[in-house]
Ligand binder design. Sequence first.
Ligand code: UDP
Length: 239
Amino acid sequence: MERKTESLQGINIDTLKLDEAVEYAFENRGQVVTLNPEMVMSANKNKDFKNIIQNAQLVIPDGIGVKIGLKILGKKNIHRIAGIEFAYSMIKKFASEKLPVALIGAKQEVIETACNNLKKEFSGLNIVYSQNGYFTDKEKVKADLVNSGAKLVLVALGSPKQEEFIFEIKSHMPETLFIGVGGSFDVWAGLVRRAPEIWQKTGFEWLYRTLKEPSRFKRIFPVLPMFVLKVLKERIFGC
Ligand code: UDP
């Protein structure tokens, strides 16, 4: 299968459907970036981060804002793929193939509970390495991860930390698929609940999460209007 991408703010974004993206990632491995408007805006300011995204093997439009941005540019029929759903589908796939999986990130009790819950859900799931996200010896974590032989690695360190971590290690594990999964372990541990389906389907999951966790307000709100303005500028002036 070939990549099909559309450009937004100089970033190539894949336009596959969820099942196609799962198949592509399983076959090709490498780094998957789950992109949201905040990440697009920080890539605008940070060339190294932009380079990491541009060198990823798959960039999926996680935030509804990315889909809206592409729509503003006249690119229709873009499928939003929630990063957490994509990661969940990949775990299912790797569990069914009995391939080793690793999880890195979140607080110790969160990662423990998330691992236990996932093992209950997927009987074939073989978690060969798990590490909380508050480590000090990064080189040791990297060495242990390489030694684990994991073929799927989920990294939940928040952005851009998780993308940087993956970028640094992926060449040492060429047959492994890496996904930056943000707050997914908190959801799988039962600590945070996803928005009810109606909010997800109508594209308002971000609003639900912000209402539940008002501290996100400060993080998201200055960025979203700037993002829309930048994309409108791209639409009108082509840059
Ligand atoms: N995290 C971590 N180490 C850090 C910073 C964050 O393990 O140094 C974890 C944090 O506990 C949470 C996740 O990274 O589980 C990031 O969640 P956030 O809600 O920021 O991600 P988002 O989904 O918004 O990208």
